[in-house]
Design a protein around this ligand. Structure first.
Ligand code: PAF
Length: 274
């Protein structure tokens, strides 16, 4: 496995491949990321994982400075699952000057849910992902379904810019108790870790009620928010949305339930297709 830090080295190394498959990450890898790399491997002729903590997608009060940078451990994990190339640029390499050209995703998709609670988040994500795509020039890229809104926004960006890249999504991996794997789970204390599964349980409860035919979505969402609030969480949203565009559902739509909530100082997100 090769680790490259510059765009020039990356391009030189990938020059002879026809079908790079990319898994973009911010590092601090867990089994969910590794599953995406395993998924990417048969889809291309070389598998690339990028590791870059992207300042543009963090608000000033968020965890950019403390986000764990664990390149050595990440490299060992990636090598073990057969990744061929790690692209780990410095900030100076990826943003040698302020990134004033940015990708602005459409408000109807990017300013709700995650985008509402993290203004500018999807502009930061789309901008870095487009830039990573330009560096790696993949034919395939794999994103996790845990970031449901993110993978949808990226898929549409690729479509609207006619980028020659197939976007694949990988299922969310869960701990034995059901907690969705996330780099941010590492911030949880032992007590918080035991409590953390309640977010996915709340979503599961919503999904089961919808499967049984519950029609009163506003009430269902309100009850799920209250359940978490009563346990000491600070939920941002627990909602049932139409899978195709994350808008409020109409009768007969395929649904997804999505949630984001803060436990102590850690913000967790999760979702379940109904
Ligand atoms: O999902 C992530 O880890 C990040 O948002 C991504 C896609 C690597 C862009 O920085």
């Amino acid at each position: 496995m090769k680790i490259v830090h510059t765009i020039a080295d990356l391009r030189a190394h990938l020059a002879h491949y026809k079908r790079p498959a990319l898994v973009p990450t911010m590092g601090n890898l867990h089994d969910g990321h590794l599953a995406l790399v395993r998924q990417a491997k048969p889809l291309g002729d070389v598998t690339v994982a990028s590791i870059f903590v992207n300042r543009l997608q963090f608000a000033p009060h968020e965890d950019f400075d403390t986000y764990p940078r664990t390149l050595e451990a990440d490299a060992a994990k990636l090598e073990a699952v057969g990744c061929d190339v790690i692209f780990a640029p410095s900030e100076q390499e990826l943003y040698p000057e302020p990134q004033t050209y940015k990708v602005q995703p459409p408000t109807e998709l990017a300013d709700m849910l995650e985008g509402y609670f993290r203004p500018g988040f999807f502009t930061g994500v789309c901008t870095v992902v487009l830039k990573l795509f330009n560096c790696v020039q993949p034919r395939v890229a794999v994103f996790g379904k845990k970031d449901y809104q993110q993978q949808m926004i990226i898929r549409r960006m690729v479509q609207q810019f006619a980028l020659p890249i197939e976007i694949h999504t990988g299922d969310t991996l869960r701990a034995p108790d059901g907690l969705a794997l996330s780099s941010r789970n590492g911030y949880l204390s032992e007590t918080e870790r035991a409590e953390a599964v309640q977010l996915s349980l709340a979503l599961k409860g919503m999904a089961e009620a919808l499967q049984k035919g519950e029609q009163n979505i506003a009430q269902l969402e309100g009850l799920a928010m209250k359940k978490l609030t009563d346990r000491g969480w600070k939920p941002d949203y627990l909602v049932a949305r139409r899978r195709s565009d994350l808008q409020a559902p109409q009768a007969g739509d395929a649904l997804v339930v999505l949630g984001a909530a803060r436990l102590g100082t850690t913000r967790l997100i999760d979702n379940l297709e109904v």
